[in-house]
Design a binder for this molecule. Structure first.
Ligand SMILES: [Ca+2]
Length: 159
């Protein structure tokens, strides 16, 4: 009789242990599936993201204008455009510009927002105005733009 009870207790313990393992397995499988779907979404976003710096010019002594075309299929929200990294400076020493600061900073405008939705759709162009705390002297300059998801382009110009 007591061995039947012992067997019963052991069986219950085994079932509980197996259930615990199953729960952990399901949780891990769920987390793996979640990580995979995030990875696939990121990969898809990057694969459809493309930008081209079409032109850059010094528009005044301490101001540079840069035009960036959305050449991919990704639609940029304004918040994502603010997350762009913009670098500018002499070819040998470009430095990061900061969004919406006082100097060595940049602001943007979507200059041909054809569908007027405030987003940078495929084919639309972004105009970036960089304000510097120095005068742009004669020389060779480099502008680099890097999107919020890490896609970049460079443009060289001379003053
Ligand atoms: Ca638009």
């Amino acid at each position: 009789m007591s061995s039947v009870i012992t067997e019963g207790i052991l069986t219950i313990a085994m079932v509980i242990a197996a259930s615990s393992v199953a729960v952990v397995f399901v949780q891990n499988a769920y987390q793996l599936n979640y990580a995979q779907s995030i990875y696939l979404q990121n990969t898809k976003d990057i694969s459809i993201t493309s930008i081209k710096i079409v032109f850059a010019i010094n528009s005044s002594d301490n101001e540079v204008k840069v035009w960036i075309k959305n050449t991919g299929r990704y639609v940029f929200e304004q918040g994502q455009i603010k997350q762009f990294n913009i670098f500018f400076g002499p070819v040998t020493a470009p430095v990061p510009m900061f969004y919406n600061g006082s100097f060595d900073s940049w602001v943007f405008e979507i200059v041909n927002d054809y569908d007027e939705d405030g987003r940078l759709d495929p084919g639309e162009t972004l105009e970036i105005t960089i304000t510097l705390n120095y005068t742009v002297l004669e020389g060779d300059y480099l502008v680099m733009a890097n999107t919020h998801n890490g896609v970049d382009d460079k443009f060289f110009f001379s003053v």
